[in-house]
Design a binder for this molecule. Sequence first.
Ligand code: AMP
Length: 177
Amino acid sequence: MSPTTDRGTVEQLLRAVPDFPEPGIRFWDLTPVLADAAGLAATTRLLSEPVTSTGVDVVVGIEARGFLLGAAVAQALGLGIVPVRKHGKLPAVAASRSYDLEYGSATLELPAGVLAPGTRALLVDDVLATGGTAAAASELVESCGARVVALSVVLELPALSGRARVGDRPVHAVLER
Ligand code: AMP
């Protein structure tokens, strides 16, 4: 399929849920995209676009939808996947990063012993909103001496300026809303 056709497939299946998880938030729900065989295949191809299988060593998936998407991308590229998890889920932690959310804060953690210095990583998540999550995940990867080749997301919300927080790391967004 061409990237244009693939984008159309994803766009058709993507669902906007008003007022979730709180009033005033429009939640972009990928569930119907993932549930559809053509939707999952198209999303996987599009997320893999910024890299070739020789230009990246591992996929890093950000909890939780980044696990589903990242595993599909890793399989397509013939690579493994490393999960970046919320605090308290991993039995052995290499590094932690806390960051501010709109209300409160969150902590992400990287598993110990899976990212060697020099490893080239493709980060995968569903949505780039304010960019705090992506920036924290990138810093975790880099704290091990690994490198973020690109951050690949299905949807970017440009009004929230997430790219600014991600810095000069390349961002690839399949769609913008
Ligand atoms: P961010 O503000 O970029 O740190 O986004 C935090 C996380 O929340 C991302 O990993 C997304 O999965 C999720 N997220 C933020 N805003 C939305 C939204 N409007 N719809 C769906 N997911 C969102």
